[in-house]
Design a binder for this molecule. Structure first.
Ligand code: G1P
Length: 295
């Protein structure tokens, strides 16, 4: 029987060291791009595909994530009394879904984080969304992946070509293109050196996984960096099950990195209804002329 994807897992236990000191006491997932935290973009992306059960894998100093998706009685009363209906609706909407929080306890890696979700996922397929990787809301990446999942009833990874000097930042695959932009994966390796990488095709932060992954994860020893790697478990899964990948050609921002975060901020500000005109005018009249003068 085919099962639809109704649940999404959001690993959010990382220390966020690349954004210190901002992330010393508050989660990196709560860093805003214009007016929404990274984790909200991730949740809204899943919501667009009718996924309404959200499983957050959190850790120390991550309580703000729970508060963010909870009802905020005082704030809601305040907005109501001021007649701010649109903002009230915006604040309330996501709290109506189901959220579960699991503490990872120790930073033992992405594979371990996914394994922590097992009691909540049970025997259903599920999406994994890494909130560091922001996908432009106009791109249909998760929709394409869900379509491939429906067709093959198998694991699907999001893929993107990356420059050779960046392969050591990603899981890298080898595979055969079976349909335009659809790969049947034959091998994968976590963060290889450029000289030994099987290709320039990287795994990016979206996965559709089947519950088969849990038993493999349980047997996966620590890999790169001493952590239990999801890539290693997916490679193990290949022995028994097919794994597919969808090669994404749209816009992704690596908001886990300062430059990627700034790019996302500029691009999203240029699309945000409340600031886009002023921001554009500011860039054109003040920033660009000054940069041109410096050239
Ligand atoms: C993780 C995965 C890696 C993947 C990447 C995508 O790495 O381990 O395979 O390519 O996410 O963003 P991280 O970025 O957590 O180091």
């Amino acid at each position: 029987m085919t099962k639809t994807v109704k649940k999404a897992v959001f690993p959010a236990a990382g220390l966020g060291t690349r954004f210190l000191p901002a992330t010393k006491a508050s989660p990196k997932e709560m860093l805003p791009i214009v007016d929404k935290p990274l984790i909200q973009y991730a949740v809204e992306e899943a919501e667009r595909y009718n996924i309404k059960e959200f499983i957050m894998i959190t850790g120390k100093s991550k309580r703000a994530i729970e508060d963010h998706f909870d009802y905020a009685w005082e704030l809601e009363e305040n907005l109501k009394s001021k007649g701010k209906a649109a903002m009230l609706e915006e604040i309330r909407r996501l709290s109506q879904h189901q959220f579960a929080y699991i503490r990872q306890g120790a930073p033992l890696g992405l594979g371990h984080a996914i394994l922590c979700a097992k009691p909540f996922v049970k025997d259903e397929p599920f999406a994994v969304i890494l909130s560091d990787d922001i996908i432009d809301p106009e791109d249909d990446l998760l929709g394409k992946m869900l379509h491939i999942y429906d067709k093959y009833q198998a694991t699907v990874l999001a893929l993107e070509r990356v420059p050779k000097e960046e392969v050591n930042r990603y899981g890298i695959i080898a595979g055969e293109e079976v349909k335009k932009n659809v790969f049947k994966i034959t091998d994968m390796v976590e963060k290889p050196k450029a000289s030994s990488a099987p290709s320039d095709i990287a795994i990016i932060g979206r996965y559709i996984l089947t519950p088969d992954i849990f038993s493999v994860l349980e047997k996966t020893p620590p890999g790169k960096g001493g952590e239990i790697q999801l890539t290693d478990a997916l490679k193990g899964l290949l022995h028994n099950k097919p794994v597919y990948g969808y090669l994404f050609n749209g816009k992704r921002y690596d908001a886990g990195d300062k430059f990627g975060y700034l790019k996302a901020t500029v691009e999203f500000a240029l699309k945000n209804e409340t600031v886009k005109d002023e921001f554009r005018e500011y860039l054109l009249s003040a920033v660009i002329p000054r940069l041109n003068k410096e050239l």
